[in-house]
Design a protein around this ligand. Structure first.
Ligand SMILES: [Zn+2]
Ligand SMILES: [Zn+2]
Length: 186
């Protein structure tokens, strides 16, 4: 499984402000974001890119650009739709332990996803999971006027009409409209 979003930043925390590390990262989206509903039988989508970690005054600034091409099901017909996901990462991770003294620090940052743990591990999973969910379209359509599936037989109506619901004759529709306007008495 492709997944290298975890960094030991013990050395970087000892380095002077401005010191950097760069690295390529990649993670399978099915592992990172199990909540993201991907199209069935789609090839495994991988989120990948490069990340730069920089020692700053109060922690480590993580910056990166990541990309994935993911197949999401069309909201109407369920056909896979290839959707690009582009993530701009820029987050400050804060230590929870003083690298020199070994004493615990109560971080001012409340979001625990941005905490570097007591073993000096910086973990990008949660921030990237949130970023992917934000970048993912809520409503994916294969085409603007996708006709969807027949509710009765499941036929993909983009491929042609099914036999369940014949189109109403426009003349009958006009008559029906007339009748509903002038209801019969008695
Ligand atoms: Zn569709
Ligand atoms: Zn049908």
């Amino acid at each position: 499984m492709i997944d290298n979003l975890i960094f030991n930043v013990a050395q970087l925390l000892k380095d002077p402000v401005g010191a950097t590390r760069t690295g390529d990262v990649a993670v399978e989206l099915g592992h990172l974001t199990p909540d993201l509903k991907q199209a069935e039988d789609a090839p495994e989508a991988v989120l990948s890119g490069s990340v730069r970690l920089m020692r700053i005054d109060n922690g480590i600034l993580a910056q990166g650009t990541l990309h994935a091409q993911v197949a999401l099901p069309c909201a109407r017909c369920l056909d896979p739709v290839s959707v690009p996901l582009d993530i701009e990462l820029e987050e400050i991770f804060v230590p929870t332990i003083n690298i020199v003294t070994g004493k615990s620090i109560a971080p001012e940052e409340e979001d625990q996803a941005l905490w570097i743990d007591e073993k000096h591990i910086l973990d990008l999973h949660e921030v990237l999971r949130q970023a992917v969910m934000l970048a993912s379209p809520i409503h994916t359509l294969c085409q603007e006027d996708c006709r969807g599936l027949c509710a009765t037989c499941g036929q993909n109506l983009n491929e042609g009409p099914c036999d369940c619901q014949p189109e109403p004759d426009p003349r009958w529709a006009a008559l029906a409209a007339l009748l509903s306007r002038e209801p019969c008495e008695g």
